[in-house]
Design a protein around this ligand. Structure first.
Ligand code: SAM
Length: 216
């Protein structure tokens, strides 16, 4: 890995926000999922969560521009498991056009937050809507009732980014040191990382310029 790439990867990891995430509920169109992942990368989301009742393997369209390599996607078996899992460390807000929804700008996104996005046609399921900590809405002034799901994701995440920039959350490393070291190696040396992974061996350490220190 050339030093410039090493510096770039570190710059991105330095800004990743492990306590800001997105959960998609049956978002099944590849271009929507791709656009969601791309925005997540842009805002510094470290991992995205997905529940897909109809397929386990999300596919990516060109909209992703390769961003799926930089944002981890975790699949969950069902929406209840996914929400309960995230609620251990986050408040989960459904982007949902309900009567109880509050304006998305009223939420404090500097706190650990997960945004639930609903499926393209039907939105968030009643089950999921009943499990989350609150509903948020992007006010609509036009004839059409809702935004495209990836657009809604972008609007909400950039408000989260605005608040987090103001609070200085991008000015210090937020990933724990072990995750940081692991991901730095995996992003810098994906093939070698896969080899070590297959052999069940820990990754070697990296030097100042990103070179592999096979012997220390
Ligand atoms: N008919 C569906 C409904 O009533 O929810 C519309 C689904 S919309 C195309 C897909 C997803 O995008 C929604 O489930 C929600 O997560 C998000 N979304 C779209 N527009 C939104 C808005 N104005 N406020 C909050 N979320 C929105």
């Amino acid at each position: 890995m050339i030093p410039r790439r090493y510096a770039r990867i570190k710059q991105v990891l330095d800004r990743r926000q492990p306590d800001l995430t997105v959960l998609t509920e049956d978002v099944h169109k590849p271009h929507n999922l791709s656009a969601i992942i791309r925005t997540c990368d842009a805002v510094g989301v470290f991992a995205v969560h997905a529940v897909n009742r109809h397929s386990n393997t999300p596919t990516y369209s060109q909209v992703a521009q390769g961003s799926e390599k930089w944002v981890k996607l975790s699949s969950h078996s069902d929406i209840k498991t996914a929400i309960k899992h995230l609620q251990q460390q986050h408040r989960v807000y459904a982007a949902h056009l309900s009567d109880t929804a509050v304006d998305y700008r009223q939420i404090d996104y500097t706190q650990p937050t997960a945004i639930l996005l609903g499926t393209e046609k039907w939105g968030v399921t009643p089950e999921a809507a009943g499990l989350v900590d609150g509903h948020i809405i992007i006010p609509m002034q036009g004839m059409v009732q809702s935004l495209n799901v990836s657009v809604a994701n972008a609007v909400i995440l950039f408000e989260a980014q605005r608040q987090r920039l103001q609070a200085g959350l991008y000015d210090r490393v937020r990933l724990d040191p072990e995750t940081y070291r692991r991901v730095l190696f995996e992003w810098g040396y994906p093939d070698i990382a896969a080899l070590y992974h297959r052999q069940g061996k820990p990754y070697p350490r990296l030097g100042e310029q990103g070179e592999i220190l096979y012997r220390e």
